[in-house]
Design a protein around this ligand. Structure first.
Ligand code: IPE
Length: 287
């Protein structure tokens, strides 16, 4: 892992919860992450996803679609989505405090404003100020105001991009904590022959992986017949969002956040199972 600068850790919802069971939370996973961060010698920003808290409510009220006349009580749904995220954030931050980590929640929907699903306004000054004072800011996927659609959802993945591009502090490392070792050619939970991609290249819209000496599109390298396409599609979209990170020298790794000491080993510079994300200049055709 690169020396100096800030480490951004995204704790994915699938890592700490079972998305199919509303408001399920694996406290032991959160505790494990805390233990591994206890002796960390660098500034850290935590971003956590919605998991079984934010997603089911956001989906029920179609908050990600923006305002829709055909959905009753959507305004309440916007508030309830945020409320579920605050509830989750409170528990997560509570575990960090219990472990002596100076975690401080940053009310994410007060930091970002969307227009057409894209961040057009962000105020990261409080995050920089917290880092200046040695705190560990904690942001989270949230319901946000959208100037043109009324409202929407900001994912933890967009937040990671905003932090990398917008913080005064230099972000040097980004780690995604998943429930598997990284991106695979098959769903590793369903097929033990699944192979981990050790490197994925983001080149404009394209995601490329090495296969038989050549780089091929990840969609062509993934076995889409194993019934896991929803899961895979979800994570591919999240990782593809990272192409908007402007600096290409940031070290980005996807690792297993449920494995006992993976994060600590990565931070220590050990060679752990991971998918490294390499952002490259896009082709002209990609805009
Ligand atoms: C989603 O954030 C937030 C809400 C649904 C409110 P993410 O998209 O980052 O969440 P995960 O990591 O997939 O759970």
């Amino acid at each position: 892992m690169k020396e100096g600068g800030v480490l951004v850790v995204k704790i994915g919802g699938s890592c700490f919860s079972d998305k199919k069971v509303p408001k399920s939370l694996f406290i032991d996973v959160i505790d494990g992450v805390c233990e591994q961060l206890q002796s960390i010698g660098m500034p850290v920003v935590i971003v956590h996803g919605g998991g079984s808290y934010g997603h089911p409510i956001a989906k029920k009220y179609a908050i990600h679609d923006g305002h829709r006349d055909d959905i009753p009580d959507q305004t309440m749904g916007f508030c309830l989505t945020h409320d579920a995220m605050v509830e989750l954030n409170h528990v997560i931050v509570g575990r960090f405090l219990e472990h002596g980590l100076p975690a401080y929640p940053v009310q994410t929907s007060a930091v970002f404003v969307h227009r057409n699903g894209v961040v057009i306004n962000s105020n990261l000054a409080p995050v920089d100020a917290l880092l200046d004072q040695g705190f560990m800011p904690v942001l989270f996927g949230d319901s946000v105001i959208d100037e043109s659609r009324g409202f929407g959802i900001i994912s933890g993945d967009s937040i990671v991009v905003e932090l990398a591009n917008g913080l005064d502090h230099e972000v040097n490392n980004i780690v995604y904590l998943m429930d598997v070792d990284g991106l695979h050619d098959k769903n590793p939970k369903l097929d033990e022959t699944a192979t981990l991609f050790t490197e994925v290249f983001l080149k404009g819209e394209r995601m490329l992986v090495q296969q038989d000496e050549t780089l091929v599109s990840i969609e062509d390298a993934i076995d889409q017949a194993d019934g896991s396409i929803d899961v895979t599609g979800g994570i591919l979209k999240k990782i593809r969002a990272l192409r908007y990170i402007k600096r290409h020298d940031i070290t980005i790794a996807l690792i297993n956040g449920r494995a006992a000491s993976r994060l600590a080993a990565l931070i220590a510079g050990d060679d752990v199972p991971r998918t490294r994300i390499v952002i490259q200049d896009g082709d002209d055709a990609d805009g």
